[in-house]
Design a protein around this ligand. Structure first.
Ligand SMILES: Cc1ncc(COP(=O)(O)O)c(C=O)c1O
Length: 389
């Protein structure tokens, strides 16, 4: 037997994958699962983007591209950041990645040494808890509690900072909670970053999917651009998860080590997909807004129904496409709830503790699925609610 490398010893299998596998095993037995598990839009990629991609393949855009991304794409991304997010980046401060997943990996690996500490939201999308471990860095979770509207406690965060702390990560709008960081929270984090000279990694992948509350990027706050790495991409708001297209915005001196690493990781994103990414931005025809409105309709329905139930409740999520449902009144742990839901009611959900210890007592329900599936899920949840004594 060959032993795995030391650096992978603390890397765990994603708990969300475990749940997907359980669902898949039942589906393979012919059991129909009502799945609210997936973090990807149920919409198809808009046609104009697919057509553009086919054209670029036919026209021979099939060779290596510049490893940090093609200039045209960087230019439209810089324009988008200015237009939508009020962020000032020159196009040379953008690099293209194979999904936000690569940007996240590059940022952690480029800046964390063994023993360095990184403050990570809890709960959070699972990779944030795991990737720093490959760098043998120490993950320190800052808690996002329902009773605080899922906003961070800045005093608690400050008490966690030591001379080893290097970075703060934030994900807003959040997966798995659907919350958006308030301006006050962002200002608090920005002050900490400046006071203790920390880097900030800001995952803004859900930034277009908001329902009333304005999304603010921490990179727009005074003195923050020089210490902030922004991650964003096409997966969620353009229904392009499988295209694996993302980007990093950061000042050149922060980009440089990530770009150097990026070359050895992928040698650049797929050429014709990058060209299609230019069309996706330039010719956007309202598809994002149509999807956003549909997500909002589904959110309102699901939240309304959950809050009529006896054992389950949730606060109104402000962005992304997840409801973080409180199940504490059921007396079940998150895992017990999800196993019961799956094996007895054929309803798929992700246990909240998969995203960190503050997620215990919650389950994540994704409403990136059709209204019919949501109605079926609500019927099953009502039955579970009624069956609980
Ligand atoms: C917060 C967050 N960041 C990043 C990703 C991964 O994005 P990509 O598909 O661009 O790699 C996800 C996917 O679920 C996510 O929820």
């Amino acid at each position: 037997m060959f032993e795995q490398a030391e650096r992978l010893k603390y890397l765990e299998l994603s708990p969300t994958r475990v749940m997907f596998r359980k669902c898949a095993a039942l589906t393979a037995q012919g059991i129909k699962i009502t799945a609210l598990t997936l973090g990807q839009p149920d919409f198809d990629t808009p046609n104009y983007i697919k057509e553009a991609c086919k054209r670029y393949i036919d026209e021979g855009y099939t060779v290596y591209a510049e490893d940090t991304g093609i200039d045209d794409l960087k230019k439209v991304i810089a324009e988008k950041l200015k237009r939508d997010n009020d962020l000032d980046y020159d196009w040379t401060e953008i690099s293209v990645t194979t999904g936000v997943a690569q940007g996240m990996f590059a940022a952690f690996m480029a800046f964390l040494n063994p023993g360095d500490e990184v403050l990570i939201p809890d709960p959070v999308y699972v990779t944030y808890n795991q990737i720093p471990r490959i760098a043998q860095a120490v993950v320190k979770p800052y808690h996002l509690k329902e009773e605080n509207g899922f906003q961070p406690d800045i005093v608690q965060m400050e008490s966690m900072i030591t001379e080893k702390t290097k970075m703060i990560a934030l994900v807003s709008p959040s997966n798995p909670i659907g919350s958006i960081m308030s301006e006050e929270s962002l200002k608090g984090i920005a002050e900490l970053a400046k006071k203790y000279d920390l880097l900030v990694l800001s995952d803004e992948i859900y930034e277009r999917l908001t329902y009333g509350k304005k999304f603010i990027s921490i990179g727009t706050l005074p003195g923050m651009k020089e210490r902030t790495i922004i991650l964003n991409g096409y997966s969620k708001c353009m229904a392009m998860t499988g295209w694996r297209l993302g980007y990093i915005a950061a000042p050149k001196e922060l980009q440089e080590p990530m770009n150097r690493l990026g070359f050895y990781m992928t040698s650049g994103s797929v050429s014709f997909i990058q060209y299609a990414g230019v069309d996706a931005m330039m010719k956007e025809n309202g598809s994002i807004e149509r999807m956003r409105q549909e997500f909002e309709r589904r959110r309102n329905y699901l939240v309304g129904e959950i809050n009529k139930m006896k054992h389950f409740s949730c606060i109104m999520p402000e962005g992304a496409f997840y409801v973080f449902m409180n199940i504490r009144k059921s007396g079940l742990t998150s895992q017990e709830f999800c196993d019961k839901a799956l094996y007895e009611y054929h309803l798929g959900a992700i246990p909240g503790n998969a995203f960190g210890e503050s997620g215990e007592g919650f389950v994540r329900l994704s409403y990136a699925t059709s209204m019919e599936v949501l109605e079926e899920a609500v019927r099953k949840l009502k039955k579970m609610d009624a069956d609980l004594v």
